[in-house]
Design a binder for this molecule. Structure first.
Ligand SMILES: [Zn+2]
Length: 180
């Protein structure tokens, strides 16, 4: 979709909601809402479609060749549910073991990669797999475990209305065993 079309769609959504609800679309609080929504989708909530996660594969030499397991916690996840266009958010944890002599990914790049896949229309299950698969395919690693814990506003604000909801997803790829 072209940006022009997205802009039009946001305007039409707001105007039609106003019409449906008998609200003045020129109200001072609503007048610029279509543009705000447009910019929000384009520059923030859907920005992941404009980014290529491969751009964040910046690798560094590691001096020692000992068994090297890395665990990164509290990676913020902010995403948009593909079923309802409502946000879900939480935290990811990534654990992986590099192969001997592997180059290592710069730490900040894990955050960038998670954010890139998150800023798209997602299901939490797919998001977890996409992060795990991408890192497994692009890093020299034995195994990877990605865990994601998120609260879904589409579960909290509508349907079952369970505000305090929490969903945990796990994806493991490679030769992982619990004793690592
Ligand atoms: Zn949903």
């Amino acid at each position: 979709m072209k940006e022009k079309d997205l802009n039009k769609a946001c305007r039409s959504l707001v105007e039609n909601i106003c019409k449906y609800s008998n609200i003045d679309k020129n109200d001072s609080n609503i007048k610029e809402t279509p543009d705000r929504i447009y910019r929000m989708y384009k520059d923030e909530l859907l920005i992941g479609y404009k980014r290529n996660p491969k751009d964040y594969i910046k690798l560094f030499d590691k001096k020692y060749n000992d068994k090297s397991i890395i665990s990164i916690e509290n990676i913020e996840v902010k995403s948009l549910c593909a079923h309802h266009l409502l946000p879900f958010f939480g935290e990811a944890k990534i654990e992986l073991e590099y192969n001997e002599n592997a180059k290592v990914l710069g730490l900040s790049k894990f955050y960038r990669i998670v954010d890139t896949f998150s800023r798209r229309l997602q299901l939490q299950e797919n998001l977890t797999s996409e992060i795990a698969n991408f890192l497994y395919d692009n890093l020299d690693i034995k195994w990877i475990k990605v865990e994601l814990v998120a609260t879904h506003t589409c579960v909290g604000l509508r349907g079952v209305n369970n505000t305090n909801n929490k969903t945990k997803t796990n994806v493991v790829i490679g030769e992982y065993n619990e004793n690592n």
